[in-house]
Each structure stands twice: as C-alpha cells, then as structure tokens.
Write a protein that binds this ligand. Structure first.
Ligand SMILES: NC(=O)c1ccc[n+]([C@@H]2O[C@H](COP(=O)([O-])OP(=O)(O)OC[C@H]3O[C@@H](n4cnc5c(N)ncnc54)[C@H](OP(=O)(O)O)[C@@H]3O)[C@@H](O)[C@H]2O)c1
Length: 200
C-alpha cells in the first residue's frame, strides 16, 4: 500500500453492478473501497461478505441508504476520520418502480425513483464534497464523482420505453451531474450508462 491510497466509495454494492465495481476496485493496487450497503452486518455468505472477508484491509462495508441524511453524514465522517479525503465516489444504488406508461404513472413511483435515483446521488455528493475537494487539493485532478445513470434518462432515447418514473429520475440525475460540472470544477463528474446488464 502506497502512502496515499486511492479512496473509493460505491453505493449499492451488495449486488449487481455495485458489487462488480467493488470486486474490480479491490483488485486494483493501493485502493481502499467503502462498499455502501443498506444494512449491516453483512451475511458472511453473501458475495460482498465473502469479498470483505478476503480483503479485510482494503474493503469496508459501510451503511449508506440512498437519500438518508444520517447514513450519508456518518459514512462521510467515518471516511474523513480515517483518510481525510475521497478520490472516487460512485453513486450506483438505484431502483425502478416499474415499466409504466405516462398515463398510469403514480405519485408513489415518481417519488420513489426520484428520491433514490436523483436525490440519493446528490446527497452522497453533498456529504462527500469536502472529502472530494480534499482529494483534489492533495492531488489535483484526482477527485471523481460517477453517477450511474441510464440511457433511459437520455431524452432522445427514452421515447420507446415505458420506464416513465425511472427514465425521468435518470434524466434529472444527468442534469444534476451537469450542475456539478459547472459548480465544482475541481471534481470530474460524469454520468455512466452501464449498458443492459442482467442483474436483479
Ligand atoms: N442493470 C442494467 O441493465 C442497468 C442499466 C442502466 C442503468 N443501470 C443502473 O445501474 C445501477 C445498478 O443497477 P443494478 O442493475 O446493479 O441493480 P440491482 O441488481 O437491482 O442492484 C441495486 C443495488 O442498489 C441497492 N439499493 C436499492 N435501493 C437502495 C437504497 N434506497 N439505498 C441504498 N441502496 C439501494 C440494492 O441494495 P439491496 O441489495 O439492499 O437491495 C442493490 O445493491 C442503478 O443505478 C441502475 O439504475 C442498470
């Protein structure tokens, strides 16, 4: 481990794409991964539990529920106390409330998808902002914020699909990333469409 490892936080790391991020990141040299999950302790039999057991010095499960103030603040405080900075934040946690056409989409679907998919990444960025700026100050250009978005949030691509609330929440996420680009030039922020992945 070098004097200054790369400190990463990834949400929704218990399974799917977030777990894959955690698996790839722990395989990198000089990298510390905070793997966000909704509840702790992890079942040792779960894949992330196995990964954490195998990499106890570099992989730390941490409680981060998307959009939860207390979780995000506590996670940022823990990382600040240990490392003082975050180089890479990956807002991956996401949900879809379903394949529903415009006329049938409910307030509950809109609220859920926007809260978890749009506000969740925003709150993660807000609570980690001081730590991302510290990473930039220590090593200019090293601070990155990745929002796992979707092609369904792209206005020109969304028309053929009825993921109404989900697509709108990802479009909002894309706008938020653009705002981060404008207001926080010290942080390289970008949305990422992972492609169609056979997860749950
Ligand atoms: N799969 C695809 O084809 C695809 C395509 C485009 C974009 N994406 C995006 O990629 C990201 C990951 O998707 P995935 O396919 O890996 O989904 P997934 O298999 O359903 O996994 C979702 C992950 O998010 C976590 N999560 C759900 N609600 C949460 C909340 N309120 N707070 C914190 N964590 C929460 C889940 O935790 P639990 O294990 O506790 O439920 C799980 O770890 C999402 O943002 C999704 O929109 C996926």
């Amino acid at each position: 481990m070098s004097a200054q490892p790369t400190i990463c936080v990834v949400t929704g790391a218990a399974r799917g794409i977030g777990l894959a991020f955690a698996q790839l990141l722990v395989a990198r040299p000089d990298t510390i991964v905070y793997a966000g999950v909704r509840s702790l302790p992890l079942a040792p039999s779960r894949e992330l539990g196995v990964l954490a057991t195998g990499h106890p010095e570099v992989l730390f499960p941490i409680k981060i529920t998307s959009g939860d103030e207390a979780d995000n603040a506590a996670a940022a405080a823990t990382i600040k106390a240990r490392h003082g900075m975050v180089h890479v934040g990956i807002a991956n946690a996401g949900v879809s409330s379903g394949l529903t056409p415009v006329l049938q989409t409910t307030a509950a679907q809109m609220t859920t998808d926007f809260y978890i998919n749009s506000y969740g990444p925003l709150l993660l960025l807000q609570r980690c902002s001081e730590l991302l700026l510290a990473a930039h100050a220590a090593s200019p250009g090293s601070a990155k914020f990745v929002a796992v978005s979707s092609v369904l949030g792209q206005i020109t691509e969304a028309s053929n699909f009825s993921w109404t609330a989900y697509g709108a929440s990802k479009a909002a996420l894309n706008v938020l990333v653009k705002k981060i680009n404008i207001e926080m030039p010290q942080v390289t922020a970008f949305p990422l469409h992972p492609g169609t992945v056979g997860t749950e």
